[in-house]
Design a binder for this molecule. Structure first.
Ligand code: SF4
Length: 245
């Protein structure tokens, strides 16, 4: 709620600044009258167009037929991202897998179900946060077999380079307070470093006007349940950080 209030305050400040500039300009042009009702309608219209949900929908529409990298040729569905456009917390994974590719939604397979449990343990629902990936199309070992399970691989640097600007745009629109990167590839790609996740996890870094917390990918927890306690420690740090704002 506080996060939303801060966003609304910021938006109103921006509107006031723009209105001030507009009035100054009109004054310089020699005008002594402005028609308030027309301007109010104009502001409302622009404000609704600039709502995060509309901006995300517009971006998703633009990406619908994206073939900027090879992943676009073999995907079944583009997995744009899902969740609350006003979320204070955003999770970022590396890329869609088989189930996500078949359904067009992020984190819905086994790892995704574990992520949902983690979110619920944080006393939230999946719909409260926003979930996206570094790349929006399924990276496959064999692109000729999109239906095959276990055909997943991490995204390649050139695929990340093509797709990352779209994720950055999503972050710019949502303006989360905290981004939680899931696993090595998401963390290293966003921070542009090669430090191992075991070293990075559990420590906040600054990223694009918000805080970024790296942690292990839920798929890693399915392989090694000893990692669960570290992820929970990281989630507690995220909740503590949020409670300060
Ligand atoms: S992965 Fe990203 S850049 Fe590549 S085709 Fe899909 S949307 Fe486009």
């Amino acid at each position: 709620m506080k996060h939303k209030k801060k966003r609304i305050e910021k938006e109103y400040k921006e509107i006031l600044t723009l209105t001030g500039k507009y009035l100054e300009q009109k004054k310089e042009q020699g005008e002594r009258q402005v028609y308030l009702s027309e301007n109010i309608e104009f502001s409302k219209k622009n404000k609704s167009l600039a709502m995060p949900e509309n901006l995300l929908a517009e971006l998703e529409k633009k990406l619908k037929n994206c073939r900027e990298c090879n992943l676009g040729k073999s995907r079944t569905n583009l997995v744009f991202g899902a969740g609350n456009p006003n979320a204070w917390l955003m999770f970022v994974g590396e890329g869609p897998g088989h189930d996500e590719d078949m359904n067009g939604l992020p984190f819905i397979g086994r790892a995704g179900k574990l992520l949902t449990k983690i979110i619920e343990a944080m006393k939230m629902k999946r719909e409260d946060v926003y979930i996206a990936n570094i790349v929006k199309c399924h990276p496959m070992i064999d692109p000729d077999q999109p239906q095959k399970r276990g055909n997943d691989r991490p995204p390649r640097p050139e695929e990340i380079a093509q797709c990352k600007p779209f994720l950055l745009k999503q972050i710019e629109i949502i303006k989360p307070e905290v981004i939680c990167t899931l696993g090595t590839h998401a963390t290293q790609s966003l921070l542009e470093i090669t430090t191992p996740i075991g070293v990075l996890r559990g420590k906040f870094c600054s990223f694009e006007n918000c805080k970024l917390m790296p942690t292990y990918h839920p798929a890693a927890l399915l392989r090694n349940s000893n990692l669960k306690k570290f992820v929970w420690e990281d989630m507690k740090k995220i909740m503590k950080e949020h409670s300060k704002n």
